[in-house]
Design a protein around this ligand. Sequence first.
Ligand SMILES: *[C@@H]1O[C@H](CO)[C@@H](O)[C@H](O)[C@H]1NC(C)=O
Ligand SMILES: *[C@@H]1O[C@H](CO)[C@@H](O)[C@H](O)[C@H]1NC(C)=O
Ligand SMILES: *[C@@H]1O[C@H](CO)[C@@H](O)[C@H](O)[C@H]1NC(C)=O
Ligand SMILES: *[C@@H]1O[C@H](CO)[C@@H](O)[C@H](O)[C@H]1NC(C)=O
Length: 527
Amino acid sequence: MRVSTLLAAAASLATTVLADVDPIVIKGSHFFYKTNGSEYFVQGVAYQYPAADLANADPLAVPAGCTRDIPHLLAVRTNLISVYSVNPELDHSACMTALADAGIYVLLDLANTTYSINRADPAWSTSLYDHYTAVIDEFQSYNNILGFVVGNEVANSANTSTADAFVKAAVRDMKSYIAEKKYRAIPVGYAADDDADIRYQVAEYFDCGDASSAIDFYGLNNYEWCGDSSFAGSGYQARTSEFSSWNIPVFLSEYGCNTVEPRVFTEVQAIFGSDMTGVWSGGVVFEYFQDTNNYGLVSLEGSSVSLMTDYTSYSAQMAKITPSSTNSASYKVTNTAAAACPTTNSTWNVSPNLPPTPNDQVCSCMASSVQCAASPSLSDEDVGKLLGVVCGLSASACSGISADGATGVYGIYSPCDASAQLNYALNAYYLQQSSKGNGASACAFSGSATLQAATTAASCKSVLSSASSAAATATGGSSSGGSASSSTSKAAAAGGLVYHTIGVSNGFQAGLYMFVALTTGVLMIVL
Ligand SMILES: *[C@@H]1O[C@H](CO)[C@@H](O)[C@H](O)[C@H]1NC(C)=O
Ligand SMILES: *[C@@H]1O[C@H](CO)[C@@H](O)[C@H](O)[C@H]1NC(C)=O
Ligand SMILES: *[C@@H]1O[C@H](CO)[C@@H](O)[C@H](O)[C@H]1NC(C)=O
Ligand SMILES: *[C@@H]1O[C@H](CO)[C@@H](O)[C@H](O)[C@H]1NC(C)=O
């Protein structure tokens, strides 16, 4: 058979299979089945193989595992699995269609264990952007994707809170990618750590400001109900009142405290009972496979699983739930206002200004247009070391590649990979030294850097100049705090030094922003 015929056959098969699962849509603060308008409560189970099982790091690429596990999941009334790490290059069709046939939806992390935003050294980079969009491309056609999670527990303490600026930039960019590609409007959300110092600020930060960069749903990983606790005694009541007037769906993206064992899962009756279903859309129990941290419902031995005591207890609780639902047609949305953005203090130090959108072409155009470039033979390790050396010699040579989520100052080239960043820094350092008459020796670094003719390819001219203006809009204008005057992008495009006072809505202080478009196409924004 010709390849084109095969593809056509495969496409029509896929259409037939996918037609039978109804996508979940969001209205106000609830999820609904699109066609019949019944409310959808997440009856979820976290689904990842034990961490040591590297061969099965992507559980949606293990068809025999999906076939083995789906009956055990259905027996405990599962309608969603939460998956933390996939490889978009693998084939997921067998698991995704088997899950769809079982009426099971998937909450999918866009990050995987290779590519994720690192809370200790956060960035929203071209390589992360490429990975996240590859996951979206691979999974968008499946109607049983409930939503994409841009990050799971990225900031988890006061001193890592700035990482959330990078995560929120990912929310903005993935929402716009899905819209640009005209994919189904798959919701994009975040799953938060429940750190008492920052738990509510994290939620507010992701929900507040421009809708285009705000999350569509919020997941809270919460382990406050331990043993046979109670709604009032566990923290569940306090959390419920915190989210009582939220404008988007909220659910427990992980629950199942194990400090009291065996687990009795009495929280299941609260999560799916009348105290919580008006505010929460269910929850995801942690977790399917037993691992060293001892949260498993089943244990994996070779290629078979055996049901554990916790599975039996969880099953007994799930058998009793009858969450009372609202129908989409009769549900009148009352809470339409997004949360207010959190104020900055000693535990919450995150700017409403978001990092720029990563763009491979901008980075490669910049890297190839420099006069002083890194030697192509440098190893990754050498690139990192030399970057440290150059930035140590001149911090200002690195301002175009540095990013600070606390101040909200981001260089346009901060999303570029390390080798492009090195070219930027070497060149900026060389230009600084040349202006002082020290140019001849400033592009050497013992043979690691060399001079070349600085040429900007014709195709790069417009890329670099529109990057400058786009960065002005992305970083200055489209902060999570609201819209700002559009004159900023014109100022940057025109070049030169311009001071602007920008009125920012949604409660942010109006600030003085300084846009400096240097001749090299570098844009720095200072709040
Ligand atoms: C709506 O559709 C879902 C999924 O097929 C189903 O579980 C639910 O029972 C339906 N609701 C009604 C009222 O038929
Ligand atoms: C993560 O995804 C990338 C492709 O974007 C892939 O090369 C890598 O192997 C994946 N990592 C894991 C642990 O699956
Ligand atoms: C944050 O502070 C904790 C101690 O409170 C420390 O253990 C941790 O290393 C710090 N993390 C970072 C990224 O500075
Ligand atoms: C920071 O602000 C939040 C509320 O926005 C508040 O709950 C918290 O206590 C404040 N932290 C400090 C150290 O003042």
